[in-house]
Design a protein around this ligand. Sequence first.
Ligand code: MGD
Ligand code: MGD
Ligand code: MO
Length: 918
Amino acid sequence: MSDPIRFTLDGREVGAGPGETIWQVAERHGTTIPHLCYSTKARYPADGNCRACMVEIEGERVLAASCIRKPAPGMVVKSASERAQTARQMVTEMLLADQPARAASHDPNSHFWAMADLQAVSESRLPASPRPEADLSHPAMAVNLDACINCNLCIRACREIQVNDVIGMAGRGAHSKIVFDFDDPMGASTCVGCGECVQACPTGALMEAGGVGKQEVDREVHSVCPYCGVGCQITYKIKDDRILYVDGREGPANLGRLCVKGRFGFDYVSSPQRLTKPLIRRDGIAKDAIADLDPANPLTHFREATWEEALDRAAAGLRAIRDADGGKALAGFGSAKGSNEEAYLFQKLVRTGFGSNNVDHCTRLCHASSVAALMETVGSGAVSAPFNDAEKADVILVIGANPTVNHPVAASFFKNAAKRGAKLIIIDPRGTAMRRYATWMVQHRPGSDVALINSMLQVIVAEGLVDRQYVEGYTEGYAALAESLGDFTPEAMAAISGVEPETVREVARAFATAKSAIIFWGMGLSQHIHGTDNARALISLALMTGQVGRPGTGLHPLRGQNNVQGASDAGLIPMVFPDYQPVSDPAVRARFEAMWGTELDPEPGLTVVEITDAVHRGVIRGMYIMGENPAMSDPNVSHARAALAKLDHLVVQDLFLTETAAFADVVLPASAWPEKDGTVTNTNRQVQRGRKALPLPGEARQDLWIIQEMARRLGLDWHYDGPAEAFAEMRRAMPSIAGISWERLERESCVTYPCHAEDEPGEAVIFTEGFPTKSGRGRFVPTAMVPPDERPDRDFPLVLTTGRVLEHWHTGAMTRRTRVLDAVEPEAAVEISPSDLERFGIDPGDRVRVVTRRGAIELRARFDSSLPEGMIFIPFCYAEAAANILTNDALDPFGKIAEVKYCAVRLEPATAGRDAAE
Ligand SMILES: Nc1nc2c(c(=O)[nH]1)N[C@H]1C(S)=C(S)[C@@H](COP(=O)(O)OP(=O)(O)OC[C@H]3O[C@@H](n4cnc5c(=O)[nH]c(N)nc54)[C@H](O)[C@@H]3O)O[C@H]1N2
Ligand SMILES: Nc1nc2c(c(=O)[nH]1)N[C@H]1C(S)=C(S)[C@@H](COP(=O)(O)OP(=O)(O)OC[C@H]3O[C@@H](n4cnc5c(=O)[nH]c(N)nc54)[C@H](O)[C@@H]3O)O[C@H]1N2
Ligand SMILES: [Mo]
């Protein structure tokens, strides 16, 4: 380290570290110089435009902005000289003149008022200018330009940090003001509601709607966002045991950033529809009538019960089936929305209490195929590098993923990288929002990924761009792979993928010759009957070019649920015990038998869709479902619902009376994320600590407690006194987290696994020296083309793809009960390309009927120019138009994942015509 720069600050000799500004040195020595446009909270680099932090420097005529000025050796700085103080007070007074009076201000506790206090400025001698009206058009945020001081922080938040490019400055001089897009109301602009501007604003000019600023927070609790796998760290701001608002915290994944769900999507926990009492199905109410069950009024179908009665009933039903037909007649779905500790105990309950391995969860519908390919080729199913490594990459490939919608905070880092000069390649049949920042937006035909990726591999081989040294040093099976690529020329594949051969060549060359290239992929690759092949081909791309195991390189399947990585690690998978140890391996089994003190089933259990089929065959008769909503999320959901109805006994543990709970015999009201302590593992393999922020509503109980009470009634003698004890056992079962103690998580909030010892930091980038496979080498697995299961034809001429919208979470269980999110996206719509709208004579806004071989739904048509002709899109979050009534449940043979990204469909006029619907 270089020597500090010595200089004099307010008569004292001090040192400045490299890059430190005068403001920072002063702060370090206990002097807070007033500052407005430089936000320590938002931690953006200073840009020195507000002049609130001026200091005097001896020998200089003009005052200097201390937030950007760096000290020089021997400099004499006076932060408290009269000249500096007067100038700063003048700045504050000028700004204050245009502000509403403090008592009437939008946020009397704002940073601005704190800075005015610091200088003892409480009113202004200057005349006020006219006050603009408030813009309250957005459901989550208020725009109070009367409080704006033109500090630019919101513009930087929107442009530089989140890269949404909505906020700008219009007008000049005294007339300049911030605007959204072309001076649109915020609610009508392209704002995506991330609220970064609100977090950055020092005055309350941009703030949470509903007068939040006028209320005093009485507690803060640090936790993790409950939505996606990015794992943003957050702080709950609480008043009277309710969440008032949420701020982003400096977690390693999010660096203070959040998206609309993390910031504004928290009030599902206090929804009037929360389950607050255990429920038992009324006698004689059939299980086939979910349509007429109102989640706000469960008492038509259920009666309230005590916990004692409900738990006894719940467990007795399962026990009876187990004792009559054996453990294989039961199955459990655990949750990727709960904690690691809950997931671990849930799978242990199934394996030791039911006595089979019939335990699975939503990973099966998600990255199961990716994981199958990763285990087979590189020996580990998790990501090789954190997504934040995009920052170090020269080339970023995003394929079959739409991060601005589904991992918005990760997307902000990808956009930062693209702006910094990284080449961004996007491969997706539908143009995604990130295309604006992409060097190549490759829109291939859906379902043609193997053809496309293999043609890239073919180019790399044919043009001699293979990283020979890497291939020889770290891989096996290259010769057979190269051999298999002969026919996959870009010319031959163009007929299948629809991509110009020259584009394939450019993209392949860019990837292969980059100093560092990283791959991100999502459901567009995994949710196909050839999902495992898609991932195999992609892995070959990384291996062949040596783009793995170094900073800025790697394989990153973007994990979906907040804890899908952790739930999988903890063993909510039918073929493996915790830490992916195969149930069929006798040595592994012996270890777990010794640890759990019981005999274990040597046969892998059934997977999600296989369980549905087994119910139809009468093989499975009872289920325990915690924190999943298969009656909405399973493919071909009419078939899945019929299976739920057919069960002799179903126990559902959830926050709400979901579509799945509608089929339950017993419903157990559980704990939402902000109501519990526990750990979760994000897409980066970062294990993070969530903390209880709120009391449980009514008689709802902790999931961990419920699982244990169920376990006891199934004959297991369990006593885990809270998550720390469950975690301690997990550490013994899972070598990958052996170095992570509860105390350490308490202290550090986040530790990356694999981490083998308490004094190790954990490995952010893995595969630096080969792979955890038997041979230590990464394996090339050749792939052949398998067409989608159900292709368009005369009767069903279009391709249906399904997925998500930014504001809603999966089946809508949580987000449709969140005020802000449901206000932004309240209604189901099918997105259709302009040419298909024309071809089928549909106007945007019309109600249409969407029909596949499995069923039909009716919803509104929406114009979407990013879709190619022949492909329509429906999100699966709307119960009233459930997309999964339409989807195909044909499975990938390796990952057992269903092809929800592709089936044949047709559009018809709605039966309830347009007028009737309006
Ligand atoms: N807002 C929101 N965010 C979420 C979720 C949510 O429900 N809502 N869910 C979370 C979960 S669990 C997950 S798994 C992730 C999913 O995140 P993503 O993987 O991004 O999810 P999807 O929107 O399902 O699909 C991604 C893309 O696949 C494309 N696609 C469709 N067919 C094909 C194809 O044949 N080939 C290729 N290459 N692409 C294709 C679609 O056009 C779409 O852009 O999101 C997580 N984040
Ligand atoms: N058509 C189509 N179908 C799909 C997909 C697709 O792209 N297209 N994607 C698939 C994918 S990737 C996934 S991951 C699945 C997701 O499918 P699911 O996991 O079934 O969907 P969620 O809506 O997230 O369900 C979570 C449930 O847990 C409850 N919950 C939340 N927190 C807690 C808690 O702390 N404790 C308890 N006990 N309950 C809680 C919620 O109320 C909700 O009912 O959907 C899959 N289905
Ligand atoms: Mo997922």
